[in-house]
Design a protein around this ligand. Structure first.
Ligand code: ATP
Length: 283
């Protein structure tokens, strides 16, 4: 085998609380992360003509700053295998949008090289490699519905929250996760939401409770780019979403719907002002 093709699924945060800033600059979080069926496709092919990344999306770097390059470097270092590869990214997940697109691609490369190079590393080992690349990479390796703690690397799978209807709206305003955290007034976040009650809602399959109690404290970030968020959330709710919040550090906003027809009407309305509006489902 000299080629593998993998799907790289995006994520949303059904719940995201930021607890404190650590000495090393990272933030301790508590989050419920959820895989969605919006995905990139990653093809990895062995080559003798130099490491190369192909991607037609203008915002995706093709040099060593691409997370797939970092994933390849880490896998070489850990395995001692020094082989060049050609990685093709078919990008569908909006970039710098709070949907972990880059992390998903890196996770796919870690999993793909484990197969291509016959390394037989376990999922836990792959996740340990992933955290060296980014806080969301371990979740993108594991997938599903997880409680994420630490900086996102301590993952506990919980009851699946599959096949829920999602409307995803991504304004064309790339947000740097670092800037969003820098502008988050942690001292003003006094009431940390009750995550145990929220997890119980998922376990009890209480869709309405979950939808209505979703929360993302990153929405308090005082970044000018995030001023558009409340109006998108309001529109989702006006058109029948049971709940709507921002994902990760934004600017993507998603709504959970029960009724597909209402969701379609909402999509049409949002498309008048937002560049990318997609249907998706939790997986
Ligand atoms: P997260 O939710 O994990 O914070 P995000 O969805 O907000 O991530 P990404 O789409 O991962 O953001 O992109 C963030 C930045 O990373 C982009 O501005 C881009 O320059 C860079 N980048 C590096 N590799 C990739 C990749 N494979 N796909 C997309 N962006 C990448």
């Amino acid at each position: 085998m000299d080629e593998v093709v993998l799907e790289a699924f995006g994520k949303i945060n059904l719940y995201l609380d930021v607890l404190w800033k650590r000495e090393d600059g990272y933030h301790e979080i508590r989050s419920i992360m959820q895989s969605i069926d919006l995905k990139d496709t990653i093809k990895i092919r062995e080559t003798n003509s130099g490491m190369k990344i192909d991607c037609a999306h203008p915002q995706v770097p093709l040099d060593s700053s691409n997370l797939v390059y970092k994933a390849w470097e880490k896998m070489k270092e850990i395995s001692g295998i020094d082989k060049e590869v050609n990685i093709t990214i078919h990008k569908r997940i909006p970039v710098a949008a709070g949907l972990a697109g880059g992390s998903a691609d890196a996770a796919a490369v870690i999993k793909g090289l484990n197969i291509l190079w016959d390394l037989n590393l376990k999922e836990e080992d792959l996740m340990k490699i992933g955290i060296k690349i980014g806080a969301d990479v371990p979740f993108c390796i594991k997938g599903g519905t997880c409680l994420a703690e630490g900086i996102g690397e301590k993952l506990t799978s919980i009851e699946p929250f599959k096949r829920k209807l999602l409307l995803i709206a991504t304004p064309n305003i790339p947000i740097s996760t670092e800037k969003a955290y820098k502008n988050l007034p942690l001292d003003k976040i006094h009431a940390h939401p009750d995550i145990d009650r929220f997890i119980k809602g998922i376990k009890d399959k209480d869709f309405k409770f979950v939808a209505k109690n979703m929360i993302n404290v990153m929405e308090y970030s005082e970044l000018d780019e995030l001023k558009i968020i409340p109006s998108i959330k309001e529109e989702m709710i006006r058109f029948g979403a049971l709940g709507s919040i921002m994902s990760g550090s934004g600017p993507t906003v998603f709504g959970l719907f029960e009724d597909e027809k209402l969701m379609m009407k909402c999509k049409k309305s949002l498309e008048r002002k937002i560049e990318n509006v997609f249907f998706s489902r939790t997986i």
